[in-house]
Ligand binder design. Structure first.
Ligand code: GTP
Ligand code: MG
Length: 303
């Protein structure tokens, strides 16, 4: 809760809680919030809410430890997740290494990657989870991940690989982006022809080289766009906006932002002001049903 009548220690813990990327990282700040939450009558509800959250969080962590159901390695799915697939040696590990904090083995040998690998890519204050799926024509390929990913990044180095891969993608409606890698090995003329062919087939595509980094900025942008999400920053009166935005569906309302911060929070909101693309002017007062746009800033004043 962004309540102003909470202690600085509570607010600090809350800040950490909201910025945490995994359930595991949410435990400690939540414990701190429970400790710092006032114990008098008027905050009874709030304390109860925090305790319920804590219980659920613990349960979720236990469950994911036990099951690892959705994928062979129990990957916890983040708000924006994309999976690289493709044939061996097309440069999946090279790209994961270039875009994220992961440090996979890159090798001219085939079949270097035999388990799914995860990395987090920072993109304008947000984190996008990227997964390298072991090569599609091997026993190590993991359909589970591909079927749940929000976006599938099809990495190829030859045109004929595209159709072979598409044949295998039967159980997913996820967005697709074709990434044509190793274009440093092509002449300008070959690149022009390639672009024309991909365009004529109406593919969503980008040409890149992990070696020269050509096309990498465009790629990052296209990956983010593929999720079709908006970024909304929150702030408390008199303070700077949050470092990281909340990730929401397009046209989400103020109410949805408040509920995403904490369940039940929207009923405690007294006044909301907004800045950014959805506002008529800076600091416009809006109601709970106001629809937000990418890069808006929302300020909550609580009762
Ligand atoms: N010329 C060139 N070589 C590249 C490029 N990207 C990757 N490579 C090389 O391609 C080879 C395979 O790269 P990896 O990243 O290991 O490929 P992978 O798809 O992860 O392969 P597996 O995990 O073994 O299936 C390595 O020798 C890389 O150095 C590129 O943009 N240009
Ligand atoms: Mg690899």
């Amino acid at each position: 809760m962004a309540s102003t009548n909470q202690s600085p220690a509570y607010q600090k813990a809350q800040g950490k809680f909201l910025l945490a990327l995994t359930d595991k990282d949410r435990i400690e700040p939540l414990e701190e919030m429970i400790k710092e939450c006032p114990k008098h009558k008027s905050s009874e509800n709030m304390l109860a809410n925090l305790k319920t959250r804590y219980k659920k969080l613990k349960e979720r962590i236990e469950k994911s430890k036990k099951s690892g159901k959705s994928t062979k390695i129990g990957i916890k799915k983040e708000a924006m997740q994309a999976a690289f697939i493709g044939f061996t040696n097309t440069g999946k590990s090279s790209l994961l290494k270039l875009l994220t904090n992961a440090n996979p083995i890159v090798s001219e040998r085939t079949l270097s990657t035999t388990t799914p690998l995860i990395g987090m890519m920072n993109y304008s204050d947000t984190s996008i989870q990227l997964i390298e799926v072991p090569t599609i024509d091997s026993q190590y390929y993991d359909k589970g991940i591909v079927n749940t990913a929000d976006t599938i990044l099809i990495l190829v180095t030859k045109l004929e690989q595209i159709n072979k891969i598409r044949e295998k993608l039967t159980k997913t409606n996820a967005k697709r982006l074709i990434i044509f890698n190793k274009i440093d090995l092509l002449t300008e003329n070959e690149k022009r022809k390639l672009t024309a062919t991909l365009r004529s087939k109406k593919h969503n595509f980008v040409l890149i080289s992990t070696k020269t980094k050509e096309g990498i900025d465009e790629l990052k942008n296209k990956i983010f766009k593929s999720f079709d999400k908006i970024r909304v920053y929150t702030k408390e009166p008199g303070k700077e906006k949050s470092k990281r935005p909340i990730i929401l569906e397009p046209n989400s309302t103020i109410k949805e932002v408040a509920e995403k911060i904490l369940k039940g929070f929207s009923s405690k909101v007294k006044e909301t002001k907004i800045w950014g693309p959805s506002s008529k002017f800076s600091g416009q007062k809006v109601g709970l049903n106001h629809k937000l746009k990418d890069m808006d800033v929302v300020e909550f004043k609580t009762k």
